[in-house]
Design a protein around this ligand. Sequence first.
Ligand code: ASP
Length: 362
Amino acid sequence: MSDKAKILIIHTGGTIGMKKSSEGYVPDPDFPRKIEADIQAIKDDQIPEVKVIALKELLDSSNMTPSDWNTIAGAVYENKDGFDGFIILHGTDTMAFTASALAFMLNINKPVIITGSQIPYQILRNDARENLITALMISNMICRDPFIPEVLIYFDNKLLRGCRCTKVDATHFAAFDSPNYPHLAEIGVDFNFLKQTELNIKFNREAINTPGLAAANAGQASVVNFLTEPPRGEEYNVGVIRLFPGISARYAKEILKPPLKGLILQAYGVGNGPTRDKNPKLYDVIKRAIDEQNMVIVSVTQCLKGTVIPGDYATSLPVIPGYDMTLEAALAKLYYLLYTEPDLEKVKKMMLVNLKGELTRN
Ligand code: ASP
């Protein structure tokens, strides 16, 4: 590798590349050309060599579906041999979902940084330029030293593990955090990375046989295209229920129907839910979905920080504990496992295993 890394920027849409229209902010098709010219005009050794490409359709990330994750992962994978690392420009609304999904899909042993902004690049006062320039500088470093070959989010001076992130602020620049995992780097006057030994993802041995990871462990790069758009009129087979006071068993029963195969339950506190309701009980509806429909139901906490502790209370729900996974990571992992692993017993087991640094378990 020459001194400067070679980075591919993949623009997918989002505020960073938007312009004002009569209907509000919309993606600007000229944005990829503008930033390519702007970056190439910078003469500084800390800025890598770049090429910018864009998805055919630029999207507000609120419009993204899992099949867009396939498109993005595919664009990275096709270019894996020609570049040292990747920057994905993406809307903030579903950025943490995409980061989590890509973490499971891609095994390329190269850094992939996702960034965006709260104010467009083209508005005079913005956070877009800082996020882009610093992401470029970081990508130039982390192809080598410190080597961080994983899917990351860089936003507002923090470099975060992608599958640990969540959007924590809709209007301030510090839009992302990883409440259950240390920041991989904090950027101020200096770039302060965690020690290399702390940066390495500690894989669980059981993770080795999961689709994609098996190839990666055999020294091959891989991409797992785990989703296609369901046929018209059909739905993806995963869902989410967030518990709330007053939730009825009937409400949950409506959701726990085919084609649903897996559900993330955002439970209270350490994994609790109502057990005092009657005829029917939510607890029984959940238990029946597991026992009779073989549904994969995984709990995560509604709290921003902390972990599910199974059996800690009598109100603990009888489901697979997602421990300290974010909702975004748990959902992406469920999609990934359900679409790649036909054996549901294995899916249930793998939900408990730390595959890509998304879960704290020894
Ligand atoms: N709605 C925008 C998006 O997610 C918000 C943003 O980028 O900040 O694409």
